[in-house]
Design a protein around this ligand. Structure first.
Ligand code: G6P
Length: 462
């Protein structure tokens, strides 16, 4: 008898998939492939295991691809109603859950959980349900499904109801909020999120700190973890890929241009981020300005290279934050710049080859997030660096757990302290800098993406 189930043994679910589509001027669809841990993880298990990636159509190009039946083997894009998706993704995932886990609210005035929030929450439920149903349709009996991130917290519980035979995992790529902060959420919503996650057999986090925070929330609010196991998998950098990619000719060309812009003989303090509110780019610039004040001998001798790539531009706070980054950079340049020296070199257009070029030539890497699940930039720079790079690292980044010992560690809110750390980093001797970079690179690559993914599968299949 034919099985009533689907035929996929391994399923991944995430809001953003591995491919996206643009409609070109001639009306043809153009596919763009993304990277990241999951992409390498899935390629490591090979095509024969019948893996399927369920994701959401995000833009008009993606919706058009679904409508025309265009797609890739192993990917199923869900065409969720655009308004439902916007409420779920922009309204709840990025404006509420992201804010809670990164502790981003200015609490005297926000959050306000009003009727509008409740309306958006209903969309978040609907969007999660669409994922749960698709997974339930596609999964073979006893298959493994790994659900990703805060967008899809309700999926494990919903899927468990539909398909009790499945082995369900959920992985959080963000921090988890401490109990007191998590309790900003309305009680019923907080409980729903926790119970949704606890529908999984196993929950994965990037660090022990986030795993413990989740466990504490579960204990306080829903009486514990029940049968759900919790594990830590600290996603590392992909050394083979990075070393190869960073020696391709386009990166070399970018290095020449960057070196010209920085100026021969000057030091470079590099940062590369998506322009997230949590990345703390503005305080990073304020710390750099403080350095130029406290240690005027660095003037003309150092450049702050800041790449702040666009992210979530549908949200006004993100647009405002991007404008503020630009404003502070301009302000520093007009206060301190000279005809031959631009103190801050800010680029806001995404260019991966140029990021790698900056990694290779950086003297200091500034990674100072307010709070961050892991922060892969902190792990990538030491792998790619040509001559060694000092890492100035926030203790609130997940990467701190593995890299803290060989970094110069900062409190991300302490601008004066960060200025001091930048100075210390700039004066570190070449020998120590190279030694530390070597140890950082080893720690950063301890769990490459493919192993990171396989480890989770093994735990679920086990
Ligand atoms: C960051 C977070 C991930 C999240 C992703 C979503 O990279 O670390 O947890 O899934 O943002 O970004 P997006 O551009 O899809 O909103």
């Amino acid at each position: 008898m034919a099985s009533p189930y689907g035929n996929h043994q391994i399923l991944v679910a995430s809001n953003r998939g591995p491919v996206s589509y643009d409609v070109r001027e001639d009306g043809e669809l153009q596919a763009k492939r993304g990277g990241g841990g999951l992409v390498s993880g899935l390629s490591a298990i090979g095509p024969d295991r019948g893996a399927l990636w369920v994701c959401s159509a995000l833009g008009d190009g993606d919706r058009e691809a679904v409508a025309r039946g265009v797609g890739e083997d192993g990917v199923r894009m869900l065409d969720i109603d655009a308004e439902v998706h916007a409420d779920a993704y922009n309204g709840i995932a990025n404006s509420v859950l992201w804010f809670v886990h990164h502790m981003l609210y200015q609490t005297p005035l926000e959050p306000v959980f009003d009727k509008e929030f409740r309306r958006q929450w209903a969309s978040y439920e609907e969007y999660n349900r669409a994922f749960a149903r698709a997974l339930a349709d596609e999964a073979a009996e006893g298959a493994v499904a790994v659900v990703q991130d805060y967008h899809l917290t309700l999926v494990p519980g919903m899927l468990r109801q539909l398909r009790p035979d499945l082995r369900i995992g959920h992985f959080s790529h963000t921090p988890w909020a401490p109990v007191d902060y998590f309790r900003l959420l309305p009680d019923d919503i907080a409980e729903q999120v926790l119970r949704g996650m606890l529908g999984a057999d196993r929950l994965g986090f990037l660090t022990q700190r986030w795993a413990s925070a989740f466990t504490a929330c579960a204990q306080e609010l829903v009486g514990g973890l029940g049968d759900t196991r919790v594990g830590v998998h600290g996603l590392g950098a992909d050394a083979d890929f990075l070393r190869r990619r960073s020696h391709e000719p386009d990166v070399a060309a970018r290095m020449v241009t960057l070196r010209e812009q920085i100026g021969e003989g000057r030091k470079a303090i590099v940062r590369v981020d998506r322009t997230e509110l949590s990345k703390n780019i503005v305080r990073g610039m304020l710390a750099y300005r403080q350095l130029l004040e406290d240690q005027p001998s660095w003037r003309e001798q150092v450049v702050h290279v800041a790449f702040a790539y666009p992210s979530r531009q549908d949200l006004a706070v993100y647009r405002d934050y991007t404008a503020e980054v630009q404003r502070v950079a301009d302000e520093i340049n007009s206060a301190y710049g000279t005809p031959g020296w631009t103190p801050v070199l800010l680029h806001v257009d995404d260019d991966f080859a140029r990021s790698l070029a900056a990694y290779r030539l950086a003297d200091v890497a500034l990674v100072n997030p307010i709070r961050d699940g892991m922060n892969l930039v902190a792990k990538e720079v030491p792998v790619v660096s040509d001559e060694g790079c000092v890492l100035v690292l926030s203790r609130e980044a997940g990467a701190y757990e593995e890299l803290g010992e060989d970094a110069i560690v900062v409190n991300p809110y302490d601008v004066v302290g960060t200025a001091g750390a930048l100075h210390e980093a700039l004066v570190m001797g070449a020998g120590e800098r190279a030694e530390r970079t070597k140890r950082l690179a080893a720690a950063a690559t301890a769990l490459p993406p493919a192993q990171w993914f396989l480890e989770q599968l093994r735990e679920l299949e086990g």
